[in-house]
Design a protein around this ligand. Structure first.
Ligand SMILES: C[S@@+](CC[C@H](N)C(=O)[O-])C[C@H]1O[C@@H](n2cnc3c(N)ncnc32)[C@H](O)[C@@H]1O
Length: 377
């Protein structure tokens, strides 16, 4: 594995796709809180001494802490010591590489806006969005890339239970469009389902309904030899991810960009990609580590006051009930892993966002044994 220089990755300069208002709102709240603390220190200088003492203690504790490099973000959830040596090494190297590719944007849209135009011999190349929910990831990818995007989903939710590391299990059927949350977002982002499928809303997209286990192979068979230029994985589970990689393997080419929305879940997409690239001896390089695309649904809420209330609810939810709470609930292990074990850069990266930063992109640079199979074919 390798890491790409992001400046040279900006092949097309990128279209304007900055949709990070939620995070700007959060950073404004942080700045206001900082000002309030500074004002309090001015009024009661003893506070400054307390803060300085706490910081000195933290610096000292970080020097003697031995857990560095053993935990994986987001907010230092899992001890990777539970895995075999090969996978542990892959995770360590991945994090070292990824730390050099941090971006403040949403990885999928960042990549879509930078896709090189198709070459003449690859004019039939396709862009896939696997796991679309109410369709915004697909529509916005089409907008950002200026190209047609194919979106795949059951629209009836996950097809397997999804265990997120050692934290929670999200049950099969979750993310069905009949759930109250989906119905609310469908209404608030101005959609009307057509035969249970989200509308294109004027974007160049096509939605394909069904399990990818049944839809992906026939879709590719109907476009013989069409290479995949963008592969966006948001099916969440290890099984669906590995199946999609295997089904698409003969359509990956040098330059194919793969975006994984939940890459830093060690028993999910990360594990699936690890096994896949190892099996075929693929060459590839990391390109970006940024924000997940789900929250784009909030950005697309049509009324500004509803959007603002969604921002505030999401921010409050993330820091009180979501992973953000591990940054301040000192009675849990993850609090200590985060403050003592995380590199300063990770701490700033995590605190600067009010949402998950698990999305990673990479580019295939060599096809390994897949090339041999193709030559033989
Ligand atoms: C997290 S949601 C996708 C969110 C979407 N990309 C967004 O940003 O709004 C995951 C989606 O994957 C779908 N899904 C999971 N496994 C699937 C499979 N094997 N085949 C088809 N759809 C699947 C679920 O129905 C769900 O809508």
């Amino acid at each position: 594995m390798d890491v790409v220089d992001r400046r040279s990755a900006d092949r097309t300069g990128g279209r304007a796709v900055d949709r990070t208002t939620l995070h700007r709102v959060w950073r404004s709240i942080l700045a206001l809180a900082g000002l309030a603390v500074a004002a309090a220190c001015f009024v009661a200088p003893i506070l400054l001494a307390v803060i300085a003492a706490a910081f000195t203690l933290l610096l000292f504790a970080r020097r003697i802490y031995r857990g560095r490099d053993r935990y994986i973000p987001n907010l230092y959830s899992r001890d990777i010591g539970v895995y075999d040596d090969g996978y542990q090494e892959f995770i360590r190297r991945s994090l070292a590489e990824l730390r050099r590719c941090k971006i403040s944007d949403h990885t999928l849209l960042w990549e879509a806006s930078r896709l090189a135009p198709p070459s003449r011999e690859n004019s039939d190349e396709v862009l896939l969005d696997l796991g679309v929910w109410i369709g915004w990831s697909t529509r916005l990818t089409a907008e950002a890339s200026g190209r047609k995007v194919y979106g795949f989903d059951t629209f009836e939710g996950l097809v397997e239970d999804w265990a997120i590391d050692d934290q929670v299990v999200i049950e099969r059927g979750t993310f069905s469009l009949s759930e109250p949350l989906a119905k609310r977002f469908i209404r608030d982002t101005g959609l009307t389902l057509e035969d249970g499928i989200p509308p294109a809303l004027g974007r160049d997209v096509e939605f394909i309904k069904g399990m990818t286990y049944e839809t992906l192979a026939p879709f590719l068979a109907s476009r013989p030899a069409a290479p995949i230029s963008l592969f966006h994985m948001d099916l969440d589970t290890y099984e669906s991810c590995l199946h999609a990689l295997e089904t698409c393997k003969d359509r990956f080419v040098e330059g194919s960009v793969l975006v994984f929305d939940e890459y830093l879940v060690t028993n999910g997409e990360l594990r699936a990609f690890y096994e896949f690239q190892q099996k075929y001896g693929l060459q590839w390089q990391y390109r970006a580590w940024g924000l997940e695309v789900w929250e784009m649904n909030v950005e697309m809420v049509t009324s500004w006051w509803k959007r603002l209330s969604y921002y505030l609810i999401l921010i409050a939810g993330y820091w009180t009930l979501g992973d953000g709470r591990y940054a301040w609930t000192f009675f849990g292990k993850r609090f200590w892993r985060f403050w003592l074990g995380a590199p300063w850069g990770d701490i700033a990266f995590m605190l600067g966002a009010a949402g998950q930063r698990k999305s990673v992109s990479l580019e295939i640079t060599g096809l390994g044994t897949l090339a041999r199979t193709r030559d033989a074919g």
